[in-house]
Design a protein around this ligand. Structure first.
Ligand SMILES: C[S@@+](CC[C@H](N)C(=O)[O-])C[C@H]1O[C@@H](n2cnc3c(N)ncnc32)[C@H](O)[C@@H]1O
Length: 312
């Protein structure tokens, strides 16, 4: 079994492993914050329209005085989990504690059965589940999301076309299912934060002059057909990218500080000018990142990522 990570833990930090997590690029982003923010170590208002696991948000909470924040994501499972940690974290911790005890007390086959039993339960719940009005089921479902995320293969978070979670079990010796210290710190971090389940355009309601906005949309697929057809729930098409570029322009006119990251299509095709054209009036930089760019482990490597800003 792979050993547990020996990296030093910091709090608060993302409570889920989420596709596209940005931990390794945090120093690159920080080096590009507006001067005023670096000087004062203080942010009046922060908006993140594609929050995912929130790597940059938690980094800011750890290192800056963030007065108020607005976090948005279109995925209702994710925003539900943020709401539960913000409002019912003690009940959540109780459930996570029970799940962890039961899981760790089992041996290999028992763990495997327990994982598939809970995965099935989680998928069954999907029918008629109300993600939009709080009910007790939110707490249980959030505990299941965290459990599955911590015990599944590679921390993948993948759903089939029916919206069912379909990742097989992982093989961790001692997964930290109930990370009490972090859940408590995340709960504190969400105190002056509003969490909104919506399309990124809704964040316009919270963006004003000098608001710091970090935009991290889903990566533009390398595969040509998926750029145009939204055949799975999570694809952000080229039309969505154009909508986003329009939104960027509008928020620029409001006087917000905007920072956007995306994969660089030039990694695959040096002639692909998609983002260079969409953001031609802004500052476009390319930085190196380590990323799994292919399912094939031998093709993991260094690739370029884009950082686009409306200020220098
Ligand atoms: C690349 S991830 C963000 C990763 C995040 N920065 C992190 O550190 O984990 C993109 C997120 O955008 C969300 N998303 C996709 N389409 C969206 C839309 N139209 N409006 C808002 N959020 C959307 C996805 O649910 C996903 O959580």
């Amino acid at each position: 079994m792979p050993p547990r990570s020996r990296k030093r833990k910091v709090y608060p930090r993302p409570f889920l492993k989420w596709p596209g997590g940005k931990r390794q690029l945090l120093p690159e982003y920080e080096a590009r914050f507006p001067e005023e923010i670096i000087k004062t170590r203080s942010i009046k208002r922060y908006v993140e329209p594609f929050v995912g696991a929130g790597a940059l948000f938690f980094f800011l909470i750890r290192n800056y005085d963030v007065r108020e924040s607005y976090l948005l994501d279109i995925n209702p499972e994710l925003t539900m989990a943020y709401h539960v940690i913000k409002n019912q974290h003690k009940e959540l911790l109780e459930r996570l504690g029970d799940l962890e005890d039961t899981y760790l007390n089992k041996r290999f086959i028992g763990r495997k059965r327990y994982y598939y039993h809970l995965r099935k339960r989680y998928n069954h719940q999907l029918k008629n589940f109300d993600f939009y009005n709080f009910h007790e089921g939110w707490i249980e479902r959030t505990s299941l999301i965290i459990f599955l995320n911590k015990t599944c293969f590679n921390g993948l978070f993948r759903f089939n076309k029916k919206g069912e979670f379909n990742v097989p079990t992982g093989r961790y010796e001692k997964p930290h299912i109930c990370d009490e210290r972090n859940i408590i710190e995340v709960n504190k971090a969400l105190k002056n934060t509003e969490i909104i389940n919506a399309d990124f355009t809704v964040s316009a309601n919270f963006i004003e002059k000098d608001t710091l906005v970090y935009l991290d949309p889903p990566y533009r697929p390398l595969n040509n057909t998926s750029r145009f057809t939204n055949y799975t729930k999570n694809i952000f098409t080229d039309d969505d990218q154009r909508r986003l570029a329009e939104f960027f322009k509008e928020m620029d006119r409001k006087g917000a500080y905007l920072m956007l990251s995306d994969s660089d299509p030039k990694n695959e095709d040096p002639h692909d000018e998609f983002f260079d054209i969409l953001y031609r009036n802004y500052l476009i930089e390319r930085v190196m990142a380590r990323r799994l760019i292919n399912r094939n482990i031998f093709k993991r490597g260094e690739i370029k990522e884009l950082i686009i800003r409306n200020y220098s």
